[in-house]
Design a protein around this ligand. Structure first.
Ligand code: IMP
Ligand code: MG
Length: 183
């Protein structure tokens, strides 16, 4: 791990809660298919998905829920470029309306891979929702249908997001400042 500190909070837990309330209002009507499945991309989406499903419940949305583990990052802050499935979903999604949930849309590789992977399993529709979006980092053209917050090109942690396996438990989102980096 490079020397770093976590001091700049970008979104507090209250700001995240407020944004999710609005987001879920916009999302709920898309979640009314008879067979509606939410799939979280692990591990970064666990907290976001847990909050989303509880808010959607208030809008009378009752999904089936599954997870897929995808890996493209090594232990650092740069994507290796190659996405692989380390744990697949177990639900049958043939004919289902799927909402893919991820923590952050960065190069776009993970989400575009996931969308195709789930589509190939025979889902009737695949929509996407990410908490954060770093549009300036895109390598693969990819847009999410729903985004919580757009962020600058910073490495961020908290609310599920990690740096080298750490900081996922933070209830807020903060910027990582690397002390070996000028500026
Ligand atoms: P992509 O495939 O490059 O779009 O990257 C998506 C994945 O990279 C996310 O699901 C995260 O796990 C990870 N990631 C990208 N940017 C960050 C960040 O700023 N903090 C923590 N994880 C990140
Ligand atoms: Mg990660």
């Amino acid at each position: 791990m490079r020397p770093h500190h976590i001091r700049d909070v970008l979104f507090t837990d209250a700001e995240i809660a407020r944004r999710l309330d609005t987001l879920v209002g916009a999302l709920a009507d898309e979640c009314r298919a008879a067979d509606f499945v939410m799939i979280g991309i692990l591990r970064g989406s666990f907290m976001f998905l847990a909050d989303l499903v509880r808010l959607l419940y208030r809008h009378d949305v009752h999904p089936r829920i599954d997870f897929i583990t995808l890996e493209s990052y090594g232990s650092g802050t740069e994507s290796s470029g190659q996405v692989r499935v380390t744990k697949d979903i177990t639900l049958d999604v043939r004919g289902a309306h799927v909402l893919l949930v991820d923590d952050i849309l960065d190069t776009g590789r993970t989400l575009s891979f996931a969308r195709q992977w789930i589509g190939e399993k025979g889902a009737a529709a695949v929509r996407t929702c990410t908490l954060l979006d770093k549009p300036s980092r895109r390598v693969v053209p990819c847009r999410a249908d729903h985004v919580g917050f757009a962020v600058e090109n910073h490495f961020v942690v908290g609310y599920g997001l990690d740096y080298d396996g750490r900081y996922r438990e933070l209830p807020y989102i903060a910027r990582v400042t690397f002390l070996d980096e000028p500026g």
